[in-house]
Write a protein that binds this ligand. Structure first.
Ligand SMILES: *Cc1c(COP(=O)(O)O)cnc(C)c1O
Length: 246
């Protein structure tokens, strides 16, 4: 990729980021929140590392990948905070236990903790890396059978049980909403799911002294404004920033 096209890409991402930021600010204004309570995660999955470099040049600092191999490859070039780099890598997709080592070594925040067996594997690997891995618990609020995530009525007990793992630090909850067919459905179908996640976080009793549920990772390109109105602290945007994935 020539430097000219990298510059053009950076300009394009800068324009799109400014549009997204304006919408984030408007959603914050509607709900009486400060825009700096919302972290914009740029989801770069399937895009080459040059796109991440252009996004860094455009001012973005938080990046999301749903496959750990892709996160490792890109963080080799652009290290995250855990490797003393200047950006943060968010692992936002479900993880197989045999990939726990890479996740524990490279993710700055893991968004998809959803089973005790995975927690056990990650805790062991994080201990080997001599670090504490910040995690979010993924919750299946949409009730779709195909979605991973802890069932809503099991979340509080799950967070309590994670107290057993000294090398994991729970910071909040994450969800993937059901896909909406229209803006109306974002309001009628998706909004209640985001509200549900926020209520689960707010009602956590705090029996695990190493856990807080202050972070809420919810909202993608089609529904992030509603997610922010419902309390999202982290929105995960791919298409809105980089266009359709090939
Ligand atoms: C791909 C992905 C996103 C981004 O989706 P867009 O609709 O492109 O914004 C967000 N979260 C997760 C978990 C993803 O896998």
């Amino acid at each position: 990729m020539s430097s000219v096209s990298l510059d053009a890409l950076t300009d394009q991402i800068r324009v799109r980021t400014a549009e997204v930021q304006a919408r984030i600010e408007a959603a914050c204004a509607r709900s009486g929140r400060s825009p700096d309570t919302v972290t914009l995660i740029a989801v770069t999955k399937t895009f080459p590392v040059e796109v991440v470099q252009a996004a860094v040049a455009a001012g973005l600092r938080d990046f999301g990948e749903n496959r750990v191999q892709e996160l490792v490859a890109k963080s080799d070039v652009l290290p995250g905070e855990v490797l003393a780099g200047a950006i943060r890598w968010h692992l936002i997709g479900s993880l197989q236990r045999n990939k726990a080592r890479d996740a524990a070594a490279r993710a700055d925040l893991f968004h998809a903790l959803d089973s005790m067996r995975l927690a056990e594997a990650l805790d062991k690997r994080a201990a080997q890396e001599e670090r504490v891995l910040p995690c979010l618990v993924q919750v299946n609020v949409s009730g779709e059978d195909t979605k991973s995530g802890v069932e809503p009525d099991a979340v509080h007990a799950f967070v309590d049980d994670l107290a057993a793992f000294a090398h994991l630090r729970v910071l909040g909850l994450m969800t993937l909403a059901a896909p909406a067919a229209s803006p109306e459905e974002v309001d009628t179908l998706v909004r209640p799911q985001f509200r549900h996640l926020r209520r689960l976080a707010e009602s956590y009793g705090g029996a695990n002294p190493h856990a807080t549920t202050t972070m809420l990772s919810m909202g993608m390109s089609g529904d992030y404004e509603v997610a922010i109105e419902e309390g999202a602290t982290h929105v995960r945007l791919g298409t809105a920033l980089f266009g359709a994935r090939g």
